[in-house]
Write a protein that binds this ligand. Structure first.
Ligand code: SF4
Length: 389
């Protein structure tokens, strides 16, 4: 029996509701390298079975709190050093002004992003926090989230590895939190690898944060960075690592699959972006390993081909901002929401705006925040069509 036939049998069994083992997934990947057609068919089937033809996005504003970061990843240009641009903390007045602009544009998500614990490494951050009455960046994030909420936005914070107590505090104002696993392989932290100088990217530390969030019943966005020197098996193992957390805590609300893009002035400037076939195969494998998961690719990182990922099984485009740029990938502008809408319709799907928490995770959210969301939500816990216009 050839591997291709074996894989077809496997794929058929997945259509019938079987969960693939890790070895099954390795086999399916191997066969898809030759011809991914059957895999895409099954991943599309499973997406449609579990998610219908709806594709979602979150209309967001990006609050870039501070670009200083304790760690150094070989692919990152988000992190700055004192003396370069973008290293001062976004002030409370800046947050209020930007929140008001975003509210006028009917944004619903306030995305807060910072580098990893900047005050541990940089005097500039410590001084700003002290002068403004905060003992840590996270303490400031708690107040920043309250400001955004007051302005009518719903916070989602991505601030690196938070402690359980910090997440507990943020749960009062944040409808969900974010932490990319990136990859579950410790090999990527070895000498010469992209996470060598980023202890916070140690997969054990990240998995612990996602588990703590599970114990606190916090909906978490996580994801994988594809194309940073991992092997396909390491990527498949990473999908299973997320599955294990979700099977236990049921708190992973979405998986972002982000394709690495090389940036000038980084040690990985000559590394290629992953080939689209490899990236799509991993997207499709994520769908068959976690058939009812929300799976997202950022459309701005595949500007010429993002719509084609619908045929690999995705059902979400993530946060898109009509107000601010993608500060992590500033060279990749967001597509216009109207254009995404048109492309979805042309491919037989319909685009809907969601909150930064998916409808099926509302039960985990602070009831006060749910009540506030209900002012602009519809009966399916999505942003009402009228509000999202
Ligand atoms: S931890 Fe995040 S912000 Fe810090 S260097 Fe790595 S990718 Fe950049």
């Amino acid at each position: 029996m050839s591997k291709l036939i074996l894989s077809s049998e496997l794929l058929n069994s997945l259509v019938d509701g079987r969960t693939p083992s890790k070895d099954d997934a390795y086999h399916i990947y191997q066969d898809a390298e030759m011809d991914p057609t059957d895999l895409y068919k099954v991943s599309q089937f499973l997406r449609t079975k579990n998610k219908g033809t709806r594709v979602t996005y979150s209309r967001k504003v990006f609050f870039n709190l501070i670009n200083l970061c304790r760690d150094t990843c070989s692919y990152c240009t988000y992190k700055s050093e004192p003396g370069q641009a973008k290293v001062s903390m976004l002030s409370k007045n800046d947050i209020i002004s930007l929140a008001n602009v975003a509210k006028k544009q009917n944004c619903t998500e306030a995305l807060f992003v910072t580098g990893e614990r900047p005050e541990q490494k940089y005097q500039e951050a410590r001084t700003w926090l002290k002068e403004n009455g905060f003992s840590s960046t996270i303490e400031y994030l708690v107040e920043a989230s309250e400001i955004a909420l007051e302005a009518g936005l719903f916070p989602h914070t991505n601030a690196g590895n938070l402690t359980k107590d910090e997440m507990r505090q943020l749960k009062d104002t944040n409808v969900s939190l974010g932490l990319m696993l990136e990859n579950s392989s410790e090999r990527l932290s070895e000498e010469g690898m992209p996470h060598q100088f980023a202890p916070s990217k140690n997969p054990k530390a990240r998995i612990k944060v996602l588990q703590n969030a599970g114990e606190l019943k916090i909906p978490m966005t996580t994801g994988l960075l594809v194309g940073i020197g991992e092997s396909p098996h390491e990527l498949i193992d990473s999908i299973y690592a997320i599955k294990e957390i979700h099977d236990k805590y049921q708190n992973i609300q979405e998986i972002i699959l982000q394709n690495f893009q090389p940036k000038l002035d980084t040690p990985m400037k000559s590394s290629p972006t992953p080939q689209e076939k490899y990236f799509k195969t991993l997207v499709a494998l994520t769908r068959i390993i976690l058939p009812d998961m929300n799976i997202q690719i950022p459309p701005n990182l595949s500007p010429a081909s993002y719509s084609s990922f619908l045929s690999a099984g995705i059902n979400d485009w993530g946060g898109i901002s009509p107000v601010t740029q993608d500060y992590v990938n500033p060279e990749f502008p967001w597509p216009r929401i109207n254009d995404i809408d048109t492309n979805c319709t042309d491919a037989g799907f319909h685009l809907r705006a969601r909150f930064p928490v998916y409808p099926e995770f509302f039960h985990m959210v602070n009831p006060d925040l749910v009540s506030k969301m209900s002012e602009i939500s519809d009966s399916e816990n999505l942003v009402s069509v009228e509000y999202a216009k």
